[in-house]
Design a protein around this ligand. Sequence first.
Ligand code: EPU
Length: 430
Amino acid sequence: MDALRIEGGRRLSGSLTVDGSKNAALPALAAALLADAPVTLRGVPMLQDIANMTRLLGELGCDVTSDGNTVTIETTDTSKVHAPYDIVRTMRASICVLGPLLAARGEARVAMPGGCAIGDRPVDLHLRGLKALGAKVTLESGDMVLRCDKLRGTTVFMGGPFGSTVLGTTNVLCAAVLAEGETIIESAACEPEVAFVAQMLRAMGADIAGEGTPRIRVQGVKQLSGVDMQVMPDRIVAGTLAVAAAITNGDVTLHRFPFDHLLAVLDRLDEAGVHVRQLDPEEAPQACSVQITTDRRLRPILFTTQPFPGFPTDLQAQVMSLLCLADGNSIVTEKIYPDRFLHVPELTRMGATLIRQGATVVVQGADELVGAPVMASDLRGSAALVLAGLAARGETLVRRIYHLDRGYLHLEQQLAGLGAAIERVDGGPT
Ligand code: EPU
């Protein structure tokens, strides 16, 4: 099984372009089920999750072709409505097909996703929203089965105990675009990936207003056409690379950096002594070139993960690695997935002093981290261990990096291109 071997202590320098966003591409690929003509997405990061989604679309009667990082989807058979468990269990984002299938085909049968390493991850809000639009929901042999004669617009409230739901909002949005009349999605997720899907649907002929705000209005239309879209840059990959530069006290330039989508993170990094400067003020702040530089000593900070525009949960682990090297005690609170701390015991193996109390971790900054064999258990936690390895004294071996490969495209090649001593090796059995 693949592992990453890292010899820590190299300062990163050079430049890199941020890849397209996985979490925008996944619901966008699923939204292609709504179109009556080919949908082309460009700049798709060809990750394992994307391969799983294209395989699923194949099972759902779509003809999927890819050329480099361009993917084209054309529906050829509308009789298929089943997303089976053998795909759903490998990728929770399979849930993205629920709304599109229901709206386009009147039925969706999607295996109920189980829990995952970062927490329970229920789907009640998805189902509540789709029921409000007129779906009848049953559970049959572990599959959620949703049927409708006609979807009718209404007001749908998408807030839950941990804020709004990102994929739940895109599911309801995808169903509402073909529903009869007006749908108002209240407490909609404001994440940029939701706004991207809304913009894509609008380019296909949907009538949508207010994406990126907590109230999205949708006026249903009869049909949607094809589209040709460029996928937005990945804000989580961009943030991870920025931390890689910072943790090695490097000097790195990143292109297609989604500055505007990372304001909460940039604010916290700046406070810690990591400065991300837009190089050309004329460039769109959603995809611009930035330079990352770091003060000699990092300062401790306090941050809490929140829905967008707050600090994203998907960067909590990576920034925690950075804070292990700050000059004092930092406090990190996780409000989206209160158990998303699988990286904590592994960072401890590398010499970090981390004290967890419920959903809060106190990070006692130290002068150094020490390389060690560590094991990844989820995607972003794996990235955090790689970042720690870049800064640690000696060798770090990060095992089980199939988690990492789900969300980062050849991260080791990108980091090696910036001067890191990192290579993919055979890590032996798990
Ligand atoms: N929640 C409910 N009920 C629901 C749905 C969600 O209570 O029906 C809760 C969740 O348990 C969680 C919170 O609401 O506490 C937010 O979950 P959300 O539904 O927004 O998560 P998601 O849409 O399933 C996406 C990303 C995640 C990211 C979250 C939060 C994709 C494919 N996944 O998941 O990304 O952490 O939003 O921003 O877009 C990752 O890329 O590493 C990743 C886990």
